[in-house]
Ligand binder design. Structure first.
Ligand code: ZN
Length: 461
């Protein structure tokens, strides 16, 4: 048994039979809604987390502030003007230009991969390009910011990405780490398919995109709290989740869910009334959606303490857990194997993945060689369907899955923080590079301005 019986029992009672943070998440979704770091909505959400952690009795509840540019959605008018006119169901991407008015023929660039742009080459110039969210077989799925980067590189006048979810659900999401040089937007699957059918018939639709948005300097705050360690308090196991979300909905599954899980685990672990060997630090990250700014800020601010991080757990759109993820580490170790066995009644299995992934707050730590531990989980289908769309609302957050994830996460944090030996060693730059190459992530990182390892620059925050 990895987590002692009396501690495990306590965590089960708190997480499974009297959860509190799920209900609090409902309050956040309804009373704050979408949460933009650096704006008023972000500030109110940070205070919500601070208030709950303080109220539950966590120690050293504090903010760490950093500057951000808050992007605020303004107006968008996207229309097909010829040969048949209709208004597109569309959402501007985050950091889309403050002002744009572009009318061009449309061109289909498939998945928006380099090979697509290379094939069409000069035909792309000065045109709005249309692509989908997919990738060609066997290829890594490009982030929308990479597709935008290619569109800019090949001289396109704008980028439209059609949604992979049907039902009039265009998706937003950041497209550029600073103000995008060309308009960038998500359109509904139905509009995208209609445009593609026209183009397949040899018709060239003329599209007009007019948008206004604002970028305002603001202050974002990570919210931190500690459960101090009894033996090696300077060694830290970090549990984080981003609290910011897109503005078009309530940011319920992305990622109010993860934020509430971190709060729930903090509360449950506090009720154990025992201290683990190492400190467990709970962090609600700000400004993840615009480029992982909160987690980058932490790695800069605490650079000297990074070697003392025993492990980092990140909770982003975490669903019903069934296994563990240890990026870059092919052997999950005896501790996680034992935990999976102990937590089998909750649905955990001896299932482990080590494939490195980007684009959430584990990334700056992973690139710094810090051990990352995550939960493999299954999000209810409607949770992922409404990703970054107007449908990401509270009723999509499953309470049973939430309770199981909180229980599994709390056990895992306790085990990582209380093991006699540190469960994992840090990776050196060569090992980090090997992990990046194995997962074919180097090009994606370079497109973000990454120049390591060793890690030096962040994603433009
Ligand atoms: Zn997220």
């Amino acid at each position: 048994m990895i987590v002692p019986q009396e501690i495990s029992d306590r965590l089960f009672v708190e997480c499974l039979s009297r959860p509190q943070a799920h209900r609090q998440l409902g309050w956040l979704c309804d009373n704050v809604g979408g949460r933009i770091s650096g704006a008023e909505s972000g500030r109110r959400a940070e205070e919500w987390a601070h208030r709950l952690l303080t109220g539950w009795g966590l120690e050293r509840v504090r903010y760490e502030e950093f500057p951000v540019l808050a992007w605020t959605r303004g107006t968008l008018d996207a229309q097909v003007t010829a040969p048949v006119g209709w208004r597109l169901t569309a959402l501007a991407h985050g950091n889309a230009p403050c002002r744009a008015d572009v009318t061009t023929p449309l061109i289909d660039v498939g998945h928006g991969e380099r090979a697509d742009f290379e094939r069409l080459h000069d035909e792309v110039r000065n045109r709005i390009v249309l692509c989908d969210e997919g990738a060609s077989e066997g290829a890594r799925k490009l982030h929308r910011s990479e597709k935008l980067g290619l569109a800019v590189e090949y001289g396109a006048a704008g980028l439209m990405i059609l949604s992979s979810a049907s039902g009039g659900l265009p998706r937003t999401g950041v497209c550029s780490h600073s103000e995008s040089p060309i308009p960038s937007l998500g359109i509904s699957q139905e509009d995208g398919e209609r445009l593609r059918r026209l183009m397949r018939d040899g018709i060239v639709p003329i599209v007009r995109v007019v948008m206004t948005n604002t970028l305002t300097p603001g202050t974002a705050r990570n919210v931190l709290a500690d459960l101090p360690g009894r033996e090696s308090p300077e060694e830290v196991v970090l549990a984080g989740a981003h609290l910011d979300s897109w503005d078009v909905a309530q940011g319920a599954t992305d990622n109010g869910l993860g934020a509430a899980l971190v709060l729930e685990m903090a509360r449950a672990l506090l009720t154990v009334h025992r201290q683990p060997r190492r400190t467990i630090r709970f962090v609600l990250w700000a400004a993840e959606e615009v480029g992982l700014c909160g987690s980058w800020d932490y790695t800069y601010r605490h650079a000297a303490e990074l070697p003392q991080l025993a492990a980092v757990m990140n909770f982003d759109m975490t669903g019903d857990p069934y296994g563990y993820w240890t990026p870059g580490r092919t052997e999950p170790g005896a501790l996680l194997r034992g935990l999976a066995e102990q937590l089998a009644p909750l649905g955990m299995r001896a299932e482990f993945s080590h494939h490195a992934l980007l684009h959430s707050d584990h990334q700056p730590f992973m690139l710094g060689g810090v051990p990352v531990v995550g939960l493999l989980s299954r999000l209810a289908e409607e949770g992922s369907r409404y990703y970054h769309s107007v449908g990401d609302t509270f009723e999509k957050v499953s309470l049973p899955a939430f309770c199981r994830a909180a229980a599994v996460g709390a056990h895992t944090l306790w085990a990582l923080a209380d093991s006699t030996e540190r469960p994992y060693r840090h990776y050196n730059p060569a090992e980090v590079r090997a992990m990046i190459d194995e997962a074919d992530l180097y090009e994606a990182l370079v497109s973000e301005g990454y120049d390591g390892p060793p890690m030096k620059v962040g994603a433009g925050c």
